[in-house]
Write a new protein. Structure first.
Lengths: 498, 124
């Protein structure tokens, strides 16, 4: 970390630029929206790539070393920060760079696909990205609560924007539950604040470690309960997974890409915070592992019985969220590395699949697996891409999914949980079966009606470029996992130290 | 026996509001009633935070002329919960607005406010 107590310049920019773009495009019409949105996305991507590591304090200061009377970033030194704090470290770096890249393609795609109400919709996409960026950088309970609340409202808006009755119903259900979950997180914040006196997560942890919880254990249990509720809700974990899967299935595929990015970042961010804050409670890891296992199983089983390709992907996103939370729930170095790595990989291969799903909209928009459309004949490129995406999602080498899943399996075996390792393998196999079933019906099988239009469709270049880039990323990370792991491992070591 | 203080009463009232609000949101069928239940829930959370920050004989956290630092630190109310309450009020209003907008859209489409009727038939 940079040994400076100056606020890092890039952190406010990463928050303010999407927010400003959202405000501006909201008032613009047609042609002005596209250049502003794309320029903004490029600027965000550049900032996220070149930004150094550091902190931003809204009040207060870095930790104060009592021995040297100097500010310090050493996580082993107990010193109160007394601040609302954002962090931009290696984990944030890799996550935000990938999210920014995804934002660039999603924004460009949405300017091509949408004709009406483009401004407000674009604003929602930018706010969705902003909430993802904030949640991964936050190190205080106040901002965590705000971003979960605001992020939920934006998800409601994005889901409702597709304008169907299904999307309105999905949005309504999600909005009602967001109200409950957000209030729960506020109660949790109040309880931890009352217990420790600190809103800064590092301060609160240091207080709990130094002074213990004594008679107030019950309060911490209640706070943990509300945290779990928010975690389940934000990430779409079982048993409330239908809310999230409906939102994924009801939104436009390019919006679902950003929605799943937000979910994964929230799962990682809240999961790590839970692990740090409540690890002194006896059953925290068990609860997290239990939720992960049922999410993995229910998600993949539901994916198997779906008859629409969008819904198959929606449930697979849920199922693979369970893999992310499993790694975090294990709480070991291998587990955490595997969980966070899985989140990165999951974002990449689900983006490939969802972009292929977006391509289906240019072939008539039919995604039901009850009929055959023979897309392979019309577009061999999309068919190849979707098969490669499915292979990556199933964890088959040399794609990226393999690397994170093998780490997770090793972590489970080291923890003496071979049954969960077997379950991970089952999820991989079932993922491939579920996807292959949909791919065969929609892409590979010749159409049953011979009079279907066989004319070639011109797909947007940005869609093709996006798919190629993410496939290349998937293969490169699959062959050289250290490209991503070198960002994750130092953060995990730091988390486990505190 | 526990002394009944204003703070304790605040906690009890907040708990009642939160439980009633959550119950209403989960179990009532009418969408408008669900929205009203949400406002109760939100108010309960606000009251919890206010009660948390309450200090018997406390003062506003402004260091006035002539006041010693020790007197200020012992009597000044916590600032942070007030900030959270303010934020929660804003978020509560936003959430209510979105909920009402969605309810209006669904009412126009289905002609009813009953969640059981609107959500029947579900997805495809």
């Amino acid at each position: 970390m940079m040994e400076s107590i100056s606020n890092l310049w890039s952190i406010p920019l990463l928050v303010i630029i999407p927010m400003l773009t959202a405000i501006i495009v909201n008032f613009l019409y047609d042609k002005a929206i596209k250049p502003i949105s794309i320029c903004s996305a490029i600027i965000i991507l550049i900032i996220s790539i070149i930004s150094p590591y550091g902190y931003h304090w809204f009040t207060g200061h870095p930790a104060f070393n009592p021995d040297t009377l100097l500010f310090t970033f050493n996580p082993n030194i107990f010193g109160y920060r007394l601040s609302l704090e954002f962090i931009f470290g290696p984990l944030q770096h890799i996550m935000i760079v990938i999210s920014s890249l995804i934002l660039l393609f999603c924004v460009t795609l949405s300017t091509i696909g949408l004709t009406k109400r483009q401004g407000p919709y674009m604003a929602l996409l930018y706010l969705l990205f902003m909430s993802s960026v904030i949640v991964i950088m936050v190190n205080d309970l106040y901002h965590l609560w705000i971003v979960v609340e605001i992020g939920s409202l934006i998800v409601v808006g994005v889901a409702a924007a597709s304008g169907t009755s299904i999307s309105h119903k999905a949005a309504l259900k999600y909005a009602f539950f967001s109200a409950i979950s957000g209030a729960g997180l506020a109660v949790s914040l109040a309880l931890i604040l009352g217990l420790t006196g600190f809103a800064n997560i590092s301060d609160a942890i240091i207080y709990l470690r130094q002074f213990g919880i004594g008679d107030m254990a019950t309060v911490l249990y209640i706070a943990f309960g509300f945290f779990v509720l928010s975690w389940m809700y934000a990430g779409g974990l079982a048993p409330i997974h239908p809310l999230k899967s409906e939102v994924y299935g009801a939104s436009y595929p390019h919006a679902t890409v950003l929605l799943q990015v937000q979910s994964k970042l929230m799962l990682v961010a809240i999961g790590i915070i839970m692990l740090r804050l409540f690890s002194m409670l006896p059953f925290v890891k068990e609860v997290m592992i239990f939720l992960s296992v049922i999410t993995m199983m229910i998600g993949v089983i539901m994916a198997l019985i779906q008859v629409d390709f969008r819904w198959i992907i929606a449930y697979l996103i849920i199922s693979h969220s369970g893999l992310v939370t499993l790694g975090i729930g294990l709480g070991t170095q291998e587990g955490l590395v595997g969980g966070i790595f899985q989140a990165v990989n999951d974002i990449i291969y689900m983006t490939i699949l969802l972009l292929c799903c977006e391509a289906l909209f240019y072939f008539g928009g039919k995604t039901s697996t009850k009929e055959a459309y023979g897309i392979a004949k019309k577009s061999p490129f999309i068919t190849t891409a979707v098969i490669l995406g499915a292979i990556a999602a199933a964890g088959i080498p040399p794609f990226n999914g393999f690397q994170s899943e093998i780490i997770l399996i090793q972590a489970c075996l080291k923890e003496g949980l071979p049954e969960i390792a077997v379950l991970i393998l089952m999820v991989s196999v079932t993922t491939f079966i579920a996807l292959l079933r949909g791919i065969y019906r929609i892409f590979l099988k010749p159409p049953e009606l011979q009079d279907q239009d066989d004319s070639n469709v011109d797909l947007p270049k940005v869609l093709i470029i996006g798919i190629i880039i993410f496939i290349i990323l998937s293969i490169i990370i699959g062959i050289y996992p250290d490209i991503v792991l070198r960002f994750i491992i130092p953060v995990v070591k730091e988390v486990l130290l505190i | 026996m526990t002394e009944i203080t204003i703070q304790l009463l605040g906690f009890i009232a907040a708990t009642v509001l939160i439980v009633v609000g959550m119950g209403g949101m989960l179990f009532l069928d009418n969408l408008i009633k669900k929205v009203i239940a949400f406002t109760l829930l939100s108010d309960g959370v606000n009251l919890l935070l206010v009660a948390l920050a309450y200090i018997e004989g406390g003062i506003v956290p402004i260091l006035l002329p002539g006041m010693s630092i020790s007197e200020f630190t012992s009597r000044a109310a916590l600032v942070f919960p007030a900030g959270i309450v303010l934020t929660n009020i804003v978020i509560g209003v936003s959430t209510t607005a979105i909920l009402v907008a969605l309810v209006i859209m669904l009412y126009r489409r289905y002609g009813t406010l009953k969640a059981s009727v609107i959500l029947k038939g579900e997805r495809r």
